[in-house]
Design a protein around this ligand. Structure first.
Ligand SMILES: [Zn+2]
Ligand SMILES: [Zn+2]
Length: 274
């Protein structure tokens, strides 16, 4: 049984060191089973606003409010957004605009953003770097990239590469310069690549750094972007664009699988290196 009081003391210590948002990521997933109080694990009732977490009563709801309030709106949107892909969205995305400038409800704009976050992030990075990129390799590509409608990549010649990629969608491999035997791409990008999560990145980074081909990295969170920047600086990668919030991030929240009061957004931060 987890000791909630001890966890809270730990988190309060962290809260003194970190901005409040950082605290939400470390809250342990207690009572994850649906209907269990998030604080004590006894049977509870769902938060009326989002139905995403449960509490046994007002006291425990209030005790958790500090963390839950940060994500309650996002969890409510997540509940409301469950719907099949909408074929009417694609024609809108022929013109790349800030998400708020698309027609429709906030929910419709969230779905537009989720469909186009990868191609639009790529195109805006190319513009920011001022490179004439025609050929792009997407490293650590997976089903999410394979699902991007081809027309959204525009004129770019995009090749997907990743160890978990469905075989028909591209090259099933860890990214390496061995893939450049037919010529190097103009740019390499990794969407929410997780450089710190997977040791297999080390070799790829060492091969890309100093290769003359710029590479763009996106991450879910500010602290992750910061930590990756430290890592890349330590191996003497040259920073072309320091980590910054990405206006083309998805607006669809992804719920953490391990932490109750935690959501993240695809491509929330972006940086570029060489
Ligand atoms: Zn309780
Ligand atoms: Zn809620």
């Amino acid at each position: 049984m987890l000791d909630y009081a001890a966890q809270v003391r730990e988190l309060e210590k962290m809260a003194k060191l970190s901005p409040p948002r950082a605290v939400t990521r470390a809250l342990p997933a207690l009572g994850e089973k649906r209907g269990q109080c998030l604080v004590c694990g006894r049977p509870g009732r769902a938060c009326a606003a989002c139905e995403g977490v449960s509490y046994c009563g007002v006291e425990h709801q209030q005790r958790d409010a500090r963390w839950h309030d940060v994500v309650c709106d996002a969890l409510r949107e997540l509940r409301d957004d469950r719907a099949a892909p909408d074929p009417t969205l694609l024609p809108d995305l022929r013109v790349m605009r800030p998400w708020d400038e698309y027609e429709g409800t906030p929910q419709r704009r969230r779905r537009l953003s989720d469909l186009a976050t990868r191609p639009f992030t790529l195109r805006s990075a190319i513009a920011a770097l001022g490179v004439a990129a025609k050929t792009v390799h997407v490293m650590a590509a997976s089903q999410r990239e394979a699902d991007v409608p081809k027309e959204l990549w525009g004129d770019l010649n995009v090749t997907l590469v990743g160890p978990e990629l469905p075989a028909h969608a591209g090259t099933r491999a860890l990214y390496s310069r061995a893939l450049w035997s037919d010529g190097a791409p103009d740019l390499v990008i990794g969407f929410d690549a997780g450089l710190l999560m997977y040791p297999s990145w080390k070799q790829t980074i060492l091969e890309l750094r100093g290769s003359g081909v710029p590479f763009v990295i996106t991450t879910y969170r500010d602290w992750e972007a910061e930590a990756e920047a430290k890592l890349l600086t330590a191996v003497r990668a040259r920073c072309l664009l320091p980590p910054r919030p990405n206006p083309w991030a998805s607006r669809v929240a992804k719920r953490s699988t391990t932490i109750a009061n935690d959501v993240s957004y695809d491509n929330a931060w972006v940086s570029a290196w060489a």
